[in-house]
Design a protein around this ligand. Structure first.
Ligand SMILES: N[C@@H](CCC(=O)N[C@@H](CS)C(=O)NCC(=O)O)C(=O)O
Length: 226
């Protein structure tokens, strides 16, 4: 079990987030990668509703989770953390140039070409769901997301994973697609549905998810709606 409070690698995570975010916080990505590769890590826990320290802001300018420290290195952005971890294990990224290039491309596709629109879905479906502008934005946004999903589905085709074998690109893609699935469903894309099931069925994903959920031991702030 990679979670080990004496490990050299540390990641930040939350001890409390609202219910809708539980299981979806981005420390899931490094946790999953380390579970796949058998890399031990420990966590330092923050409370999502409490202000970040100056030290934390120095490590993560946006005050977000996750940050990883590995010896003297401190890294923020889950994509950068995945790339750092991938250098440690062939399980996460092949060593050959073509395999590395494909992994990089699909990692950035997930984070740069799809995730921004997933965040927009999150804003219109959850954060600003009651607001008029969100209701007006929803149909065109959802149509746009479908235009993004079609080529993603075509590129995956009948492959098991985006580069032909499991890599960090699948960690990023799964975590993005499972959020889109929450808001839109993926029923028009049977291969993406099967892909999501395959990736989320990996024992390392399940262990990472359980570890994130187990860390939610904090309390909601006073007056936080139930
Ligand atoms: N691009 C960043 C996004 C990180 C992010 O959105 N973190 C969220 C949790 S999933 C967070 O810390 N939210 C609390 C906040 O913004 O204060 C990454 O991938 O690391």
């Amino acid at each position: 079990m990679p979670l080990d409070q004496h490990a050299d690698i540390e990641i930040s995570a939350f001890n409390w987030v609202p219910d809708f975010a539980q299981g979806f916080v981005r420390d899931l990505r490094p946790r999953w990668a380390m579970e796949e590769a058998g890399i031990a890590y420990r966590t330092t826990l923050l409370h999502a509703a409490e202000p970040r320290s100056e030290t934390y802001i120095a490590a993560q300018p946006f005050g977000q989770v996750p940050v990883m420290t590995d010896g003297d290195l401190s890294i923020f952005e889950s994509g950068a953390i995945l790339l750092h971890l991938a250098e440690k294990s062939d399980i996460l990224m092949p060593k050959d140039p073509a395999g590395r290039a494909a992994t990089h491309a699909w990692l950035f596709a997930a984070l740069n070409s799809i995730e921004p629109f997933m965040f927009e879905l999150f804003f219109v479906h959850i954060v600003h769901a009651d607001q008029e502008w969100a209701k007006l934005r929803k149909p065109s946004l959802e149509a746009f997301v479908h235009e993004r999903l079609k080529p993603v589905s075509a590129a995956l085709g009948d492959k098991e994973y985006f580069t032909g074998r499991f890599t960090i690109a699948d960690i990023a893609m799964t975590t993005v697609l499972r959020e889109i699935d929450r808001y839109l469903g993926l029923s028009g894309y049977p291969n993406l549905e099967a892909y999501l099931k395959r990736c989320m069925g990996r024992p390392a994903f399940q262990r990472a998810l359980e570890a994130q959920m187990a860390d939610f031991t904090g309390k909601a702030p006073e007056g936080f709606p139930a």
